[in-house]
Unconditional design. Structure first.
Length: 120
């Protein structure tokens, strides 16, 4: 019983760490995208870099999505939401069959500091 409780606690803690890590990845991507001249592609690249630094398994650029408008077309001080989704499978310390089909999603909203130059 003590072993099951210990493994459950480890799994719960690794899920909390995963959630915090993808929230930070979304924040890092949003910080990159809000500046003048930065686009959705720049924000996606930063999110993927962050996830790779933390050894988090993801689905590449399909793990990142943006609200409409995204960083490409947002006006000055317009809110843009970036959403990051990763699978739980392969990202938890304890390999349990309970979480193989689950995904974890988090979003961060920031305002575009200045619209991109050349925007019509």
């Amino acid at each position: 019983m003590l072993l099951v409780l210990t493994l459950g606690t480890i799994d719960l803690c690794s899920m909390l760490f995963l959630r915090e890590s993808i929230t930070l990845a979304a924040y890092e991507g949003a910080r990159r995208g809000v500046g003048r001249g930065y686009t959705n592609s720049d924000a996606t690249t930063r999110v993927i870099e962050f996830l790779d630094q933390r050894n988090i398994q993801h689905n590449g650029s399909s793990s990142v999505s943006f609200s409409s408008p995204g960083f490409d077309n947002a006006d000055t001080l317009e809110n843009v939401t970036i959403t990051v989704t990763v699978p739980c499978a392969g990202n938890l310390l304890v390999a349990s069959g309970m979480f193989t089909d689950l995904t974890m999603t988090t979003s961060v909203t920031m305002r575009k500091e200045y619209q991109n130059l050349g925007k019509k």
